[in-house]
Design a protein around this ligand. Structure first.
Ligand code: ZN
Length: 419
């Protein structure tokens, strides 16, 4: 068996898609048994390609033939005129299961942390893998990481990608949104994140000039294929099935506020220490603290009505937050309410006038403005809440590729899923 890893063949400006390049390699290999994997890497990497996707494939063709054909396809299809497109190609005489542990560790780090290209080259040399790089070859990191993901992870989902005919690339896509909505409803929750119902938006149809017409995500290969085939669209002849770490939270690691690092994604427990506030542009922020530190958490405008859930939390609530730390804030992907405060302290009420008393100054107690009656302490009043115990998440239109939709299950509390 032979396995191949590929990364960074696309360009933000000019298009292309590494999944398409890999699919074309399988076409040229003429191996119907070839299997494709789409591996999403750390979304916090600064020099990432669109969506930070790398692709791996396994084939029964021999390593040398596979390598030569892949080099030709990359030369033909990769956006090499864009200097920021830095393809990397790796071929190994292995199955995914036989990849050494050092490469599985490398993969997990590429999904949760960072790597230098030199680390990849050291591992490639040590294992005597065939490799080639273009334009500086930063893509070697993702190409190698894609080979170790199978052993590094244990939760897998599927995406069926339908490609556009080449003469249509860059033109407006013709996909019937209502057919996407209909099949998304019919097969929910076995397929997810293909249509955002509240925003009325077909999330499965990209807006970039790439070769992808649409990609259907879900729990098993048969269902995503069946759903993809039911969508009404412009004619297309090519499609491919990918096993993927999308929708698995593979990027999230448990963290403590005192030791979090920029560009990594965490799950952190804490107590809300400032009320949520909204700034110009509609972005919502609040602070969260634990015994070690305090951090700022954010829900940006594109997360839409998720921000209303965030606005409903308050000082003293105990919550778990998940997301990437960037520019000093944790960008919320989901959060869980663990404990809600149910009372609030207020100034005492005058027993005679039934009015709220005012403070007489620090440690001076409270005084009624009308009759002058005095009381020494604040009172506790019930605080009805608009949010419940359990997990809340951003809607599909704002979901990161790696973020696990709540509807997939496996969470430790009640679920409030978005669809
Ligand atoms: Zn009074």
């Amino acid at each position: 068996m032979t396995i191949l890893g590929l990364d960074d063949t696309d360009s933000r400006e000019h298009g292309m898609c590494t999944t398409y390049v890999a699919f074309q390699i399988t076409e040229k290999l003429q191996d119907k048994s070839a299997k494709l994997m789409l591996i999403r890497l750390n979304p916090g990497v600064i020099h990432k390609t669109r969506g930070n996707a790398s692709v791996a494939l396994s084939t029964t063709c021999d390593p040398k033939t596979t390598f030569d054909i892949a080099v030709d396809v990359v030369n033909e299809l990769a956006e090499l005129s864009d200097p920021t497109t830095q393809p990397g190609l790796v071929v190994a005489p292995n199955t995914f299961k036989d990849v050494p542990e050092s490469i599985s560790e490398f993969s997990l780090n590429a999904i949760r942390s960072f790597h230098e290209k030199e680390t990849a080259i050291d591992l490639l040399t040590e294992n005597e893998y065939l490799y080639k790089s273009w334009n500086g070859g930063r893509g070697l990191i993702g190409a190698l990481a894609s080979l170790g993901a199978y052993n590094a992870l244990d939760d897998w989902t599927y995406e069926r990608i339908t490609y556009r005919d080449q003469h249509l690339w860059g033109t407006i896509r013709e996909v019937d949104s209502s057919s996407v909505l209909e099949v998304s409803n019919q097969f929910y929750p076995l397929v997810w994140d293909n249509f955002d119902k509240k925003e009325g938006y077909p999330v499965c149809v990209p807006r970039t000039p790439c070769p992808v017409l649409y990609g259907i995500r879900g729990e098993n290969p048969e269902i995503v294929t069946s759903v993809a085939n039911k969508i009404k669209s412009e004619p297309s002849i090519h499609s491919a099935l990918f096993t993927t770490n999308q929708g698995t939270d593979a990027h999230i690691q448990p963290g403590k506020m005192g030791s979090i690092e920029e560009g990594k994604s965490y799950s952190i427990d804490g107590m809300v220490s400032s009320s949520p506030y909204t700034i110009e542009g509609g972005h919502v922020f609040f602070k969260l603290k634990d015994e070690s530190n305090e951090i700022l958490c954010s829900a940006f405008e594109p997360t839409k009505h998720f921000r209303n859930h965030v606005r409903n939390i308050d000082i003293g609530d105990k919550i778990t937050v998940c997301g990437e730390v960037a520019q000093g804030t944790l960008k919320l992907e989901k959060f869980a309410i663990r404990e809600l405060i149910t009372t609030k302290t207020k100034n005492p009420i005058c027993t005679i006038c039934n009015d709220s008393m005012e403070s007489s100054g620090q440690s001076q107690g409270y005084r009624c403005r009308k009759c002058g009656a005095k009381k020494s302490d604040k009172i506790q009043v019930p605080y009805p809440r608009k949010i419940h115990i359990g997990w809340y998440e951003v809607p599909p239109c704002a979901r990161r590729h790696l973020a696990k939709p709540l509807i997939r299950g496996g969470f430790d509390s009640a679920l409030h899923p978005e669809r």
